[in-house]
Design a protein around this ligand. Structure first.
Ligand SMILES: Cc1cc2nc3c(=O)[nH]c(=O)nc-3n(C[C@H](O)[C@H](O)[C@H](O)COP(=O)(O)OP(=O)(O)OC[C@H]3O[C@@H](n4cnc5c(N)ncnc54)[C@H](O)[C@@H]3O)c2cc1C
Length: 339
């Protein structure tokens, strides 16, 4: 029975969509599909497990049973999430007959599935949701960056994907401090985001990810529809659009349960594999990773981040040019024609 359910995840029905609630869409990394699915489960007294910041801004999986707490799960946290505290509560919830939705990376979904099967629990009331994953950054590197930016002040908020400054494509890294001061940097200039997006700070296993293409174990996979301009220009409002792939009959049921604040439409899976390569292949390990981690272990954290904050003149000019094109609206036109 359990194995059948595992092998059953063979659908690849791809959709594009966005949440018509602008507030939710703004707080979510993509189009707010995660919120849509989670809220439908909560409304039927179900439980959600997902990644949240703790009080020190480290990332861990938590259990959520109310709409109020659900806000803690919204938006991508670009750090490996610690799952150790959720296995037992999740098992207890399933044994108590509750509907549970788990959300995490494709490898975390497989870990949960293995745990359920090893404990001979029923999968009937468990929905597994993952996302297209580029790789998860090292918690050690995140910890050191937190020390670097805290600068003896207490941080009160962090957002890796702030859409408020320049929209969804040109998102900002945002940190707010208790004294109300802020750090607001484009992801292209922020040193932590650059170490993530240049693939240097992710875990070694991510370069040989075993959960790509045909090997997803979730019911639904979420992602960013970055090339929305090409498929549905009318939806390209730069507020965030979700790509999602329904992989099982259960995934389909979960989708149908959603409230109708989420608008979606079918799309071609194979084309999105080309637009969003992390669906099918692992991130390649960059040659600079070795030096990055040698420096990380050998240097003091301030010295390390000062070194990796350096931005070449060429990169600065490129960024300024991009900002100019965005502000003048020219960038939208270019995106339509350039892949
Ligand atoms: C490390 C990482 C890499 C990603 N790489 C890609 C990529 O290459 N291509 C792509 O299209 N999309 C990628 N995504 C997914 C994308 O950023 C969105 O999370 C996804 O599209 C869902 O967006 P949403 O608007 O529906 O919901 P959101 O509200 O943005 O999603 C929230 C959900 O994401 C989960 N989550 C957030 N951070 C973590 C974490 N650190 N570990 C485990 N679960 C987490 C939460 O549990 C929550 O369930 C990545 C996300 C992360 C965290």
């Amino acid at each position: 029975m359990a194995l059948n359910m595992e092998n059953n995840r063979k659908l690849k029905n791809a959709y594009l969509g966005y949440n018509t609630n602008n507030g939710i869409r703004k707080q979510s990394s993509s189009g707010g599909m995660f919120y849509e699915l989670a809220i439908s489960v909560l409304k039927e007294n179900g439980i959600i497990y997902g990644a949240a910041f703790d009080t020190d801004f480290l990332v861990k999986h938590i259990r959520v049973d109310s709409q109020e707490q659900l806000k803690r799960l919204l938006c991508s946290k670009y750090v490996q999430s610690d799952m150790k505290d959720i296995y037992v509560p999740l098992k207890n919830d399933l044994q108590a007959g509750k509907t549970v939705m788990f959300s995490g990376t494709p490898c975390q979904v497989k870990a949960i599935l293995n745990y359920i099967i090893n404990n001979r629990l029923s999968l009937e009331k468990l929905y597994l949701v993952d996302f297209i994953c580029h790789g998860v950054p090292s918690p050690g590197v995140w910890n050191s960056y937190l020390r670097y930016i805290s600068n003896n002040k207490k941080i009160s908020e962090i957002n890796f994907r702030n859409k408020s400054n320049a929209g969804w494509h040109d998102y900002y890294f945002h940190a707010k401090y208790e004294d109300n001061s802020q750090l607001n940097e484009s992801h292209e200039l922020n040193s932590y985001m650059r170490s993530f997006l240049s693939d240097k700070n992710i875990r070694p296993a991510c370069y040989e990810c075993q959960f790509k293409d045909e090997k997803y174990y979730s019911d639904i996979t979420l992602g960013d529809a970055w090339k929305i301009e090409k498929e549905k220009p009318k939806w390209a409002d730069d507020k965030g659009t979700s790509l999602f792939i329904v992989r099982s009959t259960k995934g389909n049921q979960l989708l149908q349960r959603g409230s109708r604040t989420f608008i979606f439409d079918k799309t071609d899976y194979d084309r999105w594999k080309e637009y969003n390569p992390s669906i099918k292949s692992s991130t390649a390990e960059p040659p600079e990773r070795k030096e990055f981690f040698e420096d990380f272990h050998e240097m003091k954290f301030g010295q390390f981040w000062n070194k990796y904050s350096y931005i070449s003149k060429k990169a600065k000019i490129k960024y300024k040019l991009k900002s100019f094109l965005r502000v003048t609206g020219t960038q939208k036109i270019i995106r339509k024609f350039v892949k």
